[in-house]
Design a protein around this ligand. Sequence first.
Ligand code: ADP
Ligand code: MG
Length: 332
Amino acid sequence: MRWVPSRKPAAAELVAEFQLIRDHFLRIGGERSDVALGIGDDCALLRVPEGCELAVSIDTLVEGIHFLPGCDPEGLGHKALAVNLSDLAAMGAEPAWVTLALTLPGVDEAWLGAFSKGFAALARQHRVRLVGGDTTSGPLSITAQVHGFVPAGSAVRRSGARVGDLICVTGSLGDAGLALRQILAGESVDETLRARLDKPMPRIQAGQLLRGTASAMIDISDGLVADLEHILDASGVGADVELTKLPLSGPVAAAVARGDDWDLPLTAGDDYELCFVLPRSRFDQLTPLMCRCDCPLTAIGSIRRGTGLRCLRPDGSHRPIARGGYEHFSNQ
Ligand code: ADP
Ligand code: MG
C-alpha cells in the first residue's frame, strides 16, 4: 500500500470542527467532581476514587454492519453509549466518563443535533460525563469508550463459573433479533420490539447489584450462545441450558411456537441483557435482588463438567445449535 500524506485542513475547517463540538458535545452528562478538566484541551484530566479500579471498554458502530444506513440518529446516539455501558454493567462497574470518536461523511446539523440528543439523554440518566473525543471525516462510524469504577478486586469476570453453578439472565431474550427480522422482511414492527433494537437499556443497576453474588458475568451482545460460551471458555467448564426456561416476551414466544424457532432467543444479538452464574448456595440472594433490580432475573440452566454448551428440550434431547453470534472476519 502506498502512503499518502494526509491533507492539512484549512483554518476555516478547523473552526467549523470546534464549533461542531461546542454546539453538540459540550456539557453532555452533567458536572462531575472527579473531572478536573473535560473537553477543550489535549487531554481530559480525571480522578479515580481511592480504593477503586478503573473499568474501561470501547465499542465501534459501523454503518452497514452495526446499524442500517439512514437509521434514526437519536436512537444511534443512544445505542452508541448503551452498548458500551452494557460492558461496564457486565463487570459490575459504576459508569463515570465517556469519550467519543466520530467519523462523519459530512456536517449535517440536524443529524448531529439528534445524535447528540440521544447520546446525552442516556448519559444524563447514568451520570456519565463526555470528557473528550475526536471528530474526523470519512464513512460514518462511531466509537465510544466508557470508563467506570469498581471497588478494587470486586469486578465480576468471565472466568469465575464453577461446576454446579446456576446460569441466569436478566430481562428477556430475542426481542431485538425479532425486530430486525421484521424490519428486513418489510413487515410492520411492534413498537416495544423496535425500542428493544433501537434503544437497548444497559443493565447498569442489575450489574452493580449482582457484584458479590454473581461469580461470572457477561453482557449478551452477540446472542446467548456465543456470549455464554465466552464464560464457559474462560472458566474451563461446560453448561446445560433448558430451552423452556428461557425468558421470552409475548412476540418472541409466539415466533418460537410458530416454527420451533429457538434461534431468536439463542443466537440473535443486540439484546444487551446480562448472563451471569452464581453458586446454588447464593440462589436465595436473588429474590431480594430482584426487588431492587430494574428487570427480572431468570435461572435458565447450570454449569457442568466438560466443555461446550448443550441446549435441552423438555424431553431431555439436545437441540443442535445452528450458529454462534456475528463474526466480523468469518468469511476471510
Ligand atoms: P487534538 O487535535 O488535540 O486531538 P481535537 O481538535 O481533536 O484535539 O479536539 C479538541 C477537543 O475537543 C479535545 O478536548 C477533544 O477531546 C474534544 N473533542 C473532539 N471531538 C469530540 C467529540 N466528538 N466529542 C467530544 N469531544 C470531542
Ligand atoms: Mg483529535
